[in-house]
Design a protein around this ligand. Structure first.
Ligand SMILES: CC(C)(COP(=O)(O)OP(=O)(O)OC[C@H]1O[C@@H](n2cnc3c(N)ncnc32)[C@H](O)[C@@H]1OP(=O)(O)O)[C@@H](O)C(=O)NCCC(=O)NCCS
Length: 228
């Protein structure tokens, strides 16, 4: 198994993330699947990059996947009874076709679980395209439980999945390395990014910075919508 390096994408890597998502859209269209048949939401991706929650995965220095992981629980899908704060949420995961079929998606989900667990979250959650059985099979195969389908006429997504973060605790970080960076102009932003990509406490090696508590998200962030 090749090493996988996962780190937060930088704002100047918008094009890299877009290219990965566009390739996924093209692949889906070629299979007659209507998921993601629109241009990537540049504004939302830009916001996510600026907040350090849009990640890129690299194999041998080549970007092969992207995943967004954050605490945004879409209020159209997740109710107070779901205890939305008890989870991190996956959005916009895509693996390039050249690297697909080797388990990268599962490894990224495990990595996201570790991240959630390190933040004291009980669940890793996501909403998936409502009527895409192939995609639902993928998540079930990765150990996710289908909670319910929220069938809103203006949303194509709405099949809700979750998996306990305990199910993979302490495994992903043994395989996949996580790197931080600090290229931003402001020290505060750099600190925020370093926090957002900190290794889970259970994975810290000597020399790694200790994980700090997650930084508070600005209220603007709460207003963002992720799903189509
Ligand atoms: C989901 C994804 C990241 C997983 O990557 P991976 O670990 O390399 O796994 P694969 O691409 O080999 O997919 C695993 C299986 O799920 C299926 N699958 C994955 N995404 C699918 C989708 N959106 N619709 C239908 N089937 C899908 C694949 O066809 C494959 O099925 P098979 O085993 O019968 O061949 C990748 O398939 C992808 O980029 N999909 C398109 C984007 C997407 O749907 N992202 C998730 C949004 S919620």
């Amino acid at each position: 198994m090749k090493d996988l390096l996962v780190r937060a994408g930088r704002p100047d890597e918008l094009g890299v993330v877009e290219a990965l998502l566009r390739e996924a859209s093209t692949w889906l269209a070629s299979r007659g699947i209507d998921q993601w048949q629109y241009p990537p939401h540049r504004d939302r991706i830009t916001e996510a990059l600026e907040r350090g929650v849009c990640f890129l995965a690299f194999e041998d220095g080549t970007p092969i996947a992207t995943i967004q992981v954050d605490s945004f629980a879409d209020p159209e899908f997740w109710t107070p009874e779901d205890q939305p704060d008890a989870a991190l949420y996956v959005h916009r995961m895509a693996v390039t076709r050249a690297a697909s079929g080797t388990g990268i998606g599962s490894r990224l989900l495990d990595w996201a679980s570790e991240r959630a667990s390190a933040q004291g979250k009980r669940w890793l959650r996501l909403d998936a395209w409502k009527d895409n059985n192939g995609l639902h099979r993928f998540y079930k195969g990765a150990g996710f439980t289908l909670l319910r389908i929220v069938d809103l006429p203006h949303r194509r997504s709405g099949t809700l999945f979750q998996r306990s973060t305990e199910s993979v605790a302490g495994t992903a970080c043994e395989r996949d390395s996580v790197a931080g960076f600090s290229t931003s102009s402001s020290a505060r932003t750099a600190r925020q990014r370093a926090t957002s990509v900190a290794r889970p406490a259970s994975c810290l090696r000597p020399g790694w910075p200790r994980a700090a508590p997650p930084f508070p998200l600005p209220s603007k962030y709460d207003e963002l919508r992720y799903g189509p």
